[in-house]
Write a protein of this length. Structure first.
Length: 409
């Protein structure tokens, strides 16, 4: 029973992660394509009335002729393709993955009681509620009279908002959760731009055309501003979503500064490609700046400050500590796993414990009981290549301990 539940829960997380990656690829691919297309449009003498520019492309053995209208064509075609579901599906699958990994696993991945002694429901409430805060503030700034018309100024203010949230998340959650939530926070702003601004504005334009009215150009200008912001935020979001696999990024007291540098790298990289699409040549200085920022981030990561965890075991952790076979499990883990999963790993080439998982004390082993069960008990994923020569009997010790603890609930 416990084996089936643990395995199926892992497979559920895998399936949702797979979906999230697929939809994100579709969204990012469409976004990058349209930005590149928009910047590469050129005027032509034979363009129809109201057209802004055109582009000829070749792909897959065919030729494509794309024309952009600054506001809208004089006649709306029967078939109109809306690019929206990539964004919505990415956010919905990401939210589902957040719930599976960080809400259902709050005691393991989300809460650091040395930072904030939160109940599970409190941590989940902060997690969910914080995602909406960024959109409310950002949308207010975009619509404000004093800065709303300044696309670059808005980006600067958004950058400081993101840095503030990075610091705030790190003060409340584990380092791993802090960077992941910062990515979700940013992605929420991006999807909300599509759902609340870009698509409604496009619907207004379409409704005007169907009614025979001339659409107001302001709707296209507003949508373009939000789309441009999304373009510059895409690469940092990808970094933050991948960061949970790299403790050098999240398991340091400077992780929020690393996140800030990543947002700057996203700007320099996109500036290069956006300029290249527009003029045919990108500014080479952007790569030098990006490399310098990356080196600074890597240097900051060498000052690790592992999530301190909690001094006392939670009730669930105490359940595993009190279970039959715990001492045997401890001996197995400390003998076969702790050379890498230690605050100061002794295995050559490993600077910080993989994924920030420390397995030195009883409370550490109890905290990661389910992961030990799946990774080293039911599967042979750990140790990698069985480098520490864990035996089949030792794996069974881990299985019997975990299943025995679960059955005693």
């Amino acid at each position: 029973m416990y084996y089936d539940y643990a395995v199926m829960w892992d497979w559920l997380g895998f399936a949702v992660r797979w979906l999230h990656v697929i939809t994100a690829m579709a969204w990012i691919g469409a976004s990058f394509y349209f930005i590149a297309l928009d910047l590469s449009l050129k005027p032509a003498d034979d363009m129809p009335e109201g057209a802004y520019g055109e582009e000829w492309e070749v792909h897959g053995g065919g030729f494509y002729h794309t024309t952009k209208y600054l506001v809208a064509p004089a006649r709306l075609p029967e078939h109109l393709t809306w690019h929206k579901w990539q964004s919505y599906s990415t956010w919905l699958s990401g939210a589902a993955l957040l719930a599976i990994m960080y809400w259902a696993g709050a005691e393991l991945y989300l809460i650091d009681r040395a930072k904030a002694d939160l109940q599970v429901w409190q941590a989940i409430a902060i997690s969910a509620g914080s995602l909406a805060i960024g959109w409310v503030i950002y949308d207010f700034l975009c619509k404000s009279k004093f800065i709303g018309g300044n696309t670059n100024g808005l980006m600067v203010l958004l950058f400081f908002l993101l840095v503030a949230m990075a610091w705030g998340y790190n003060e409340v959650f584990t380092g791993r959760a802090a960077l992941l939530h910062l990515g979700a926070f940013t992605a929420t702003i991006m999807t909300a731009n599509v759902f609340f601004i870009i698509m409604p504005n496009q619907r207004i334009v379409v409704a005007d055309l169907k009614a025979g009215r001339s659409p107001d150009p302001k709707y296209g200008v507003i949508a373009k501003q939000r789309s441009t912001h999304n373009n510059y935020l895409t690469l940092p979001v990808l970094f933050l979503m991948l960061s949970n696999h790299y403790p050098l990024a999240f398991a340091t007291e400077y992780n929020w500064i690393i996140a800030a540098l990543v947002f700057l790298m996203g700007v320099t990289i996109r500036h290069y490609f956006n300029t290249m699409h527009s003029t045919g040549k990108g500014p080479s200085w952007t790569w030098l700046v990006t490399a310098l920022l990356f080196v600074i981030a890597a240097w900051l990561s060498t000052n690790p400050s592992m999530d301190s965890g909690e001094a006392n075991a939670s009730p669930r952790q105490q359940q595993f500590i009190s279970a039959k076979g715990f001492q045997q499990a401890v001996e197995t883990v400390q003998g076969r796993c702790s050379m890498c999963h230690a605050k100061e790993p002794v295995w050559e080439g490993i600077i910080v414990p993989p994924k920030g998982v420390v397995l030195e004390e009883d409370v550490d082993i109890a905290k990661y009981a389910r992961e030990i069960y799946i990774q080293a008990g039911r599967s042979h994923a750990m140790p990698p290549g069985n480098l520490s020569n864990i035996t089949a009997e030792e794996r069974q010790v881990l299985v019997k301990w975990y299943e025995g603890a679960e059955s005693s609930k």
